[in-house]
Structure formats: C-alpha cells, structure tokens
Design a protein around this ligand. Structure first.
Ligand SMILES: [Zn+2]
Length: 323
C-alpha cells in the first residue's frame, strides 16, 4: 500500500514509501512509518519553506476514519486497526492535521478539480479502485458519513456468496473481483492476489495494443463492477457515478461494457440515465484530495458547514498532504 507525501506549492519533490502491512511477514509498523513520513513533512516545512505558514496537514488513509478523533479505525488491506493518525502526525509536525478516508479524499479532488466541479453536481457516488475498492457518497453537495466512523465500504458488497474470501472476513465481496491486486492476479492466472511488479496500467496498455488476455481480464472486471453498480444505483440513485484509480484509464474498454451490462436492468428506466464516467483526476487522486482537505478544511468536517463545491477558488499555497 503506497503512501506518499508532496508539497503542492509547485515543488516537484516526492517522498514515497510502501506502508508496512500487518501480515506475519510484515509486522505492523504504523508508528515507525508515520514517524518517517511525518519527519519528511516537518523537514520540508522547517527547511524548505522557512517563514511560510502552513495551516494544515491533510492526510488520506485507506480505511475507516473516526472523523472526530482522526483515528484510523480499520484498514483491512494494511491490517492496521485503531491507529491514532491525527495525534501522531500532530506530535511530529506540530501542524493541525485533518484525516479522511482515501475514497472521500479522491471524491473531494474530483469535486474540486474535475469536470463535475463546473457542472454543480450535488449527488455523486465515487468508486475508487486501488488496493481495495473504496467508495464515497456525496449527497446534496456534502460527504455522507452515516455514523461517526463514516461510510466507504461498498467494496464489501457481496456479489458472490460462495466466492473467494475477502480481507474483511466475508466471501465474494465486490473488491475480491474489482481491485488492483485482483485484476493483476486474474491476468496472471492466480487464484489469490499476490505481490507482483505488474501494474494495472501495464495491463491496460496491453489491452490497448489488442492483447487478448488483457482485454478479457478487463472485460470480466467491468462485468463484475457493473453487478455492484446496479445495486448501488438502485439504492442511491446518484446523478453521477465516477470510477477512479488506474482502472479509469481503461474506460475506452470498460465504459461501454458497464453501460451495456446495465441496460434494461433497472426497475425504472430513469435510473439508466445515471451518468457513468471515469475520474478526471487520474494521478494520485487521494493525495490531491488530501491537499483539498488542507485548503478547504471545512470540507472534511462531518457537519453542515461542509460547503457546496464550485470551480477552484483558491490556489494550493498553504497546505501539505500525505496519502
Ligand atoms: Zn469484504
């Protein structure tokens, strides 16, 4: 699970580190990882941007977040639980820290920078396909958070009760079929996701060049995603469904398949008018979202103060981000 940090002030410098996972081979190293990333941010603030005030540090994490305490409650793909992300980053950086789920952050990025920002979309479902499948729901221009811990678990929608086991403990969850590791494993003919150097982007490039296997894998992924989206659109009736992550690069192939798969399957034909589109923010959307949180801190609050988005109104000059 890559976590990265960058300063959005025009500096092209990046830090990148793979977050330690809590498997037997990779004992949970969240404290040391956050220490290292926090020290990078602190170094940047103290040495590279002396005298320039930083108002917030925005942090996006791949799991459920307690928005009041900034604690990462659970991240199944990292096997991290109850990690006080806000507290630890604040201790190290001495900055106010805002923490949110990566899919929420990616949706914020889309609302801030994407095409839909200009269109005034108020009801949006964002599906982020990365190491798992995250989701964000924008209702009436605000992130819908449900209870204090928030939403984002559509990846664990069961679409095959007897399917493979998921990191959540269930079987046949949507993200078992639609996630970067699942796509790569399928391409390689593996039953379960494995650590491979191959990327989904590479598979998409092969499909673009006409390779049969790559196309078949992406078509099968699109069909599974369509099964999940059918339920979600029935239940939520958003104006727009945005698919983000590397898989969005394959929209030339998967977009028509999703549309075709959904055709005629809705209980009322009006639901078929829900617009499906790839994310416009393709590069590190949750990181861009973390920047968005720092620039517009009220956007991360689970309260009515959450603003209705419009076109970009402020330059990203006073925030740093980690994702
Ligand atoms: Zn699951």
């Amino acid at each position: 699970m890559p976590l990265e940090g960058t300063c959005p002030c025009g500096d092209r410098r990046w830090w990148r580190q793979r977050a330690p996972q809590g498997s037997p081979d990779y004992p949970p190293g969240h404290r040391s990882f956050i220490n290292k990333l926090g020290q990078c941010v602190r170094h940047l603030v103290e040495n590279d941007y002396q005298g320039r005030p930083f108002e917030f540090l925005g942090v996006s994490v791949p799991g459920l977040v307690d928005t009041q305490t900034g604690e990462l409650v659970r991240a199944p793909n990292l096997a991290w639980s109850n990690v006080p992300v806000r507290e630890w980053f604040q201790e190290i950086t001495k900055l106010p820290v805002l923490v949110d789920n990566d899919a929420n952050a990616a949706a914020l990025a889309e609302l801030w920078c994407g095409e839909i920002a200009r269109e005034g979309v108020q009801n949006l479902l964002y599906v982020l396909v990365v190491e798992g499948l995250g989701s964000a729901l924008i209702v009436g221009g605000k992130i819908y958070r449900g209870s204090r811990i928030g939403t984002g678990g559509f990846g664990h929608l069961c679409i095959s009760p007897n399917g493979r086991k998921c990191t959540c403990g269930g079987r046949g969850c949507l993200e078992v079929f639609v996630s970067n590791p699942a796509i790569i494993a399928s391409y390689l003919g593996k039953v379960s996701p494995t650590r491979q150097r191959l990327s989904v982007s590479a598979i998409i490039n092969l499909a673009r060049r006409g390779q049969k296997r790559a196309r078949e894998v992406l078509v099968a992924t699109a069909e599974k995603l369509a099964i999940g989206l059918r339920s979600l659109v029935h239940g939520l009736a958003p104006q727009v469904v945005v698919v983000g992550g590397e898989l969005a690069e394959a929209w030339f192939l998967i977009g028509p398949i999703i549309t075709e798969h959904l055709k005629g399957t809705f209980i009322v034909p009006e639901l078929a008018t829900v617009r499906m589109m790839p994310a416009m923010v393709r590069s590190r959307p949750s990181l861009v979202g973390a920047v968005t949180m720092g620039i517009f801190p009220e956007m991360t609050a689970p309260y009515e103060r959450f603003p209705v988005f419009g076109p970009r109104t402020r330059a990203p000059s006073k925030a740093s981000a980690a994702s």
